[in-house]
Design a binder for this molecule. Structure first.
Ligand SMILES: Cc1cc2nc3c(=O)[nH]c(=O)nc-3n(C[C@H](O)[C@H](O)[C@H](O)COP(=O)(O)OP(=O)(O)OC[C@H]3O[C@@H](n4cnc5c(N)ncnc54)[C@H](O)[C@@H]3O)c2cc1C
Length: 474
């Protein structure tokens, strides 16, 4: 139970009304703070077209935990989320095959960025202690004093504000972070990948249906590049093409584009439609993708970075928003723990969150390769079978990496150490010939006796005593 009285009159400025800033505004309002939300753009709820990136996003358990804090989890899932139960791999010959995300049939959800952002704004607005300031761009800040200067982009006036706490949720190119970078003992690194992304659209069919089976995240992995598609509520698909900038440059005529698609994504041409493909491809420029790592996320008890402002990651694990929303959950937990004493909350938050944010940044980079390449590799598929098999027998101990990241709130850095532990076990297994046991198990996996037999073999070969098992169960 939160003691809202404790925080009454305590002013917080949140900069950026994107997915994380609006959620954090709601979370702080619940705790009784006086929240002022400043946003560069206008109110997106009043716009015909919202410029920007990725129309839809994959939402999973960490994002949902954030939405739950402000009572929006059910609404967004029920009214809007389209479950995606598996990857659907498209081969160059037009054939497809599904690879489920996990054995239990759990789903991730395709949600519209604009819809989620608008719902979060409306939820934040429902608190009397949240105040919106649209068309205000942060231009400078004094991080120690908690003062900030905004430019009113309509009147061109400068507005000076002061608060007990400034929270920068102003995205990957955060201005608040730029202020932190001027200080000593602030670590910062950024990395662009050589790939850019460009969004295309597969329209609904003439009879208003989805052009592809809807409950999948469709992937066209092609090694050096790839394409993915997520379903939308209006039965269209948002298609994202990821490839090196130099290939975009080489495709400079409609003929070359069609040739490229015929060679790599033949089944997509008719679904997108030739004319639309040519129009959309040449009308848009590919966007760059960046990883940002920095530390610490706070200055004293007066300034804090959250979401992409603290940790922008490449989109290949579908975790950027999820991680940012989980930031809000973690901050809320730490505020509970320290009774909203910001002198303790902010350092504790930085210390707790940094290893996890850096871990998911690394995992997203790893998935950058896995998605465009490894899902096609026999080794990857074999490893997936081994993981599924061991997970079936040791459900609390052997949780595949993707499941830990996407379907649990296991701390990201622990997901990596557990995966390393699993790799070590498998290496040992291979060494002592245990693969034979696994192979047997998989060959005859349909019968329980064979499962038991192969399992016993694995257990013996790896000294899987109940003692070691107990040690690794969380
Ligand atoms: C192609 C692509 C696909 C993605 N897919 C997924 C996915 O499937 N799942 C997932 O979890 N994540 C995904 N992400 C990541 C996700 O989009 C981000 O992690 C998420 O948007 C971060 O939210 P945020 O609120 O921190 O930042 P943003 O959404 O960038 O919001 C920042 C806000 O701050 C405002 N702002 C910026 N500068 C200022 C300023 N100076 N003053 C005032 N306001 C300012 C901006 O206008 C904006 O409203 C994807 C990203 C990309 C690029």
């Amino acid at each position: 139970m939160i003691d809202q009285n404790r925080n009454q009159g305590r002013k917080v400025i949140v900069i950026g009304a994107g997915l994380v800033g609006t959620l954090e505004a709601g979370c702080l309002a619940r705790r009784g703070y006086e929240v002022h939300l400043y946003e560069y753009r206008g109110d997106i709820r009043k716009m015909d077209h919202v410029p920007g990136r990725s129309i839809n996003l994959a939402m999973s358990i960490r994002g949902l935990a954030g939405l739950r804090l402000v009572g929006l989890e059910d609404k967004i899932l029920r009214e809007h989320g389209i479950p995606m139960r598996a990857r659907m791999i498209h081969n160059t010959d037009g054939t497809t095959r599904a690879i489920p995300y996990n054995k239990d049939g759990k789903s991730i959800y395709s949600v519209g960025r604009r819809f989620v952002n608008e719902e979060l704004l409306t939820r934040a607005e429902s608190f009397p202690n949240v105040h919106f300031h649209f068309n205000h761009k942060l231009i400078s800040a004094n991080l120690d004093k908690g003062t900030a200067t905004f430019l009113n982009t309509i009147t061109q006036e400068e507005v000076h504000e002061e608060a007990e706490l400034l929270i920068g949720c102003d995205g990957a190119y955060s201005n608040l972070r730029k202020q932190m970078m001027k200080r000593s003992q602030f670590d910062y690194s950024q990395q662009y990948i050589p790939h850019g992304y460009l969004e295309l659209c597969i329209p609904a069919t003439t009879n208003g249906e989805f052009a592809m089976p809807p409950n999948y995240l469709h992937i066209w992995p092609r090694g050096k590049f790839m394409m993915i598609a997520l379903p939308n509520q209006d039965r269209t698909w948002t298609v994202s093409l990821f490839m090196p900038f130099e290939i975009y440059d080489e495709i400079n005529t409609p003929e070359l584009l069609l040739e490229f698609f015929k060679a790599n994504y033949p089944d997509a041409i008719d679904m997108i439609g030739r004319e639309r493909l040519i129009r959309d491809f040449f009308a848009n420029k590919p966007f760059a993708m960046i990883t940002v790592k920095c530390s610490p996320y706070h200055v004293g008890s007066t300034s804090l970075l959250m979401g992409d402002a603290a940790h922008a990651i490449v989109p290949f694990y579908g975790q950027g928003m999820n991680c940012g929303m989980e930031d809000c959950v973690v901050l809320n937990e730490i505020m509970d723990q320290y009774n909203d004493d910001l002198t303790q909350v902010l350092p504790a938050y930085s210390k707790h969150r940094n290893p996890d944010a850096e871990a998911i940044a690394d995992l997203a980079m790893y998935n950058y390769i896995e998605m465009r390449d490894l899902v096609n590799s026999k080794l990857f598929l074999m490893r997936k079978k081994v993981d599924d098999f061991l997970c079936f027998w040791f459900p609390n101990t052997w949780i595949p990496l993707y499941t830990m990241v996407t379907f649990s709130r296991e701390r990201y850095h622990l997901c990596i150490s557990k995966k390393k532990w699993q790799d070590e076990i498998l290496r040992k297994l291979l060494k002592v010939g245990g693969i034979a046991g696994i192979g047997m198990g998989m060959l005859f996996a349909k019968t329980e006796a064979a499962h038991a037999l192969s399992c016993a073999l694995i257990a013996r070969l790896t000294n899987f005593t109940s003692k070691t098992l107990a040690l690794t169960v969380r």
